[in-house]
Ligand binder design. Structure first.
Ligand code: DQA
Length: 154
């Protein structure tokens, strides 16, 4: 079965307890479950991961690039957390393997501190979902699926 990767960057393991007034009360396990339901509804397998380590995330992006080329994956929904605003290495990883990525942010980063307004990831993402809370993950999976269908990869 074709899969979709949902990738979570640093501190997203704290979801549910970290700044609930900004990120809500759902845990990362709750997000995994809602993503699983959305993936299943679209006939996809879910591969759901989180890491606090840049190198690990880069390796997973490379791996997913190979899976997309082999027709095993439609790409990645990616919440890069604070790496969004800092990591040229993650941007280069996505670009390097031409990975179809939909970037997702739970909060509306544009309504927050100035340093959250710039994303190194957006220029290499196929789409961006911002500010819908954890619902954004399901919207992003659906968007990535639609793109794959339009491009005959699904
Ligand atoms: C975030 C927004 C980032 O600015 C922040 O560093 C995060 C979470 C979001 O989902 O809203 O860790 O990506």
């Amino acid at each position: 079965m074709t899969s979709v990767l949902v990738l979570n960057g640093p501190n997203l393991n704290l979801l549910g307890t970290r700044k609930p007034e900004v990120y809500g009360s759902a845990s990362l396990e709750d997000v995994r479950e809602s993503c699983r339901q959305q993936a299943t509804a679209l006939g996809l397998d879910l591969d759901f991961r989180q890491s606090n380590h840049e190198g690990q995330l880069i390796d997973w992006i490379h791996e997913c690039g190979s899976d997309v080329r082999a027709g095993r994956s439609i790409g990645a929904v990616y919440n890069p957390g604070a790496h969004t605003h800092t990591s040229i290495a993650l941007r280069d990883a996505i670009e390097g393997v031409e990975l179809p990525v939909v970037e997702v942010h739970i909060s509306n980063v544009h309504a927050r501190e100035e340093f959250r307004h710039h994303s190194y990831i957006s220029p290499v993402a196929r789409g961006v979902v911002v500010g819908f809370g954890v619902l954004g993950y399901q919207l992003a999976i659906t968007g990535l699926y639609e793109l794959a269908q339009q491009e005959g990869r699904r």
